[in-house]
Design a protein around this ligand. Structure first.
Ligand SMILES: O=C(O)CCC(=O)C(=O)O
Ligand SMILES: [Fe+2]
Length: 211
């Protein structure tokens, strides 16, 4: 039988109590570890994040060259670290949920997909460059309900997560067995109708923030 590797996230029971919110597990896969959570953010928090991000969106740039790319056709922005009370509240809740200190957190990213936009299959961890302090886990929080399409799709697992306002998908890729990390290949399926807003939190293996 395969050896189950040590994971970052540890759950006991079907819900997680963070300091300010009770979060329910509604789906799980063991290896690689994937969780679907309900109600990570309230509807009000989702709406506020979209409002704050709206005027700050830019066409996605990917990789070192920072050129506009067809790999991701959505637009994006990053909040400053703890830039206001809402961001601070979310950073704390998310870091508690992901079991990684806030100091290891990248700035919270917001993505916006219009109908037809997509994010092609990719890994969230770096395969070159700063692999010393690589990313280890991802939490994608859906900020709205998408009319059609826009699933987060794991092609190697043939597994799709349907966006639902306030819910989230968690996955980690810090395994010694690299085949497990590679199974976290994922994409944002094209939005067929409506639009899609998502918040992404990436965690690093070591400290990333300087405050
Ligand atoms: O929009 C999605 O479902 C995927 C987003 C994503 O993969 C990312 O932000 O790294
Ligand atoms: Fe991703």
């Amino acid at each position: 039988m395969a050896i189950i590797e040590q994971t970052i996230f540890n759950s006991f029971g079907n819900k997680i109590m963070t300091k300010d919110k009770e979060i329910h597990i509604v789906g799980k896969m063991d290896e690689p570890l994937i969780f679907i959570f309900d109600n990570v953010l309230s509807y009000t928090e989702c709406d506020s994040l979209i409002d704050l991000a709206k005027n700050r969106m830019q066409r996605a740039k990917i990789g070192k060259s920072r050129v506009v790319s067809d790999i991701r056709t959505s637009s994006s922005m990053f909040f400053e670290e703890s830039e206001n009370e809402l961001i601070q509240t979310i950073e704390c809740r998310v870091s508690e949920l992901m079991n990684v200190p806030v100091s290891h957190a990248e700035p919270l990213q917001i993505l916006h997909y219009k109908a037809g936009d997509q994010y092609q299959p990719h890994f969230d961890y770096f395969t070159s460059g700063n692999i010393e302090n690589n990313r280890v886990s991802t939490l994608l929080i859906y900020l709205n309900d998408v009319e059609k399409g826009g699933e987060t799709y794991f092609p190697s697992l043939r597994f799709a997560v349907t966006p639902k306002k306030g819910s989230a998908v968690y996955f980690e890729y810090f395994y010694n067995d690299h085949r497990l990390n590679e199974l976290t290949l994922h994409a944002g399926n094209p939005v067929a109708a409506g639009e899609k807003w998502v918040a992404t939190q990436w965690m690093r293996r070591q400290r990333h923030r300087h405050m």
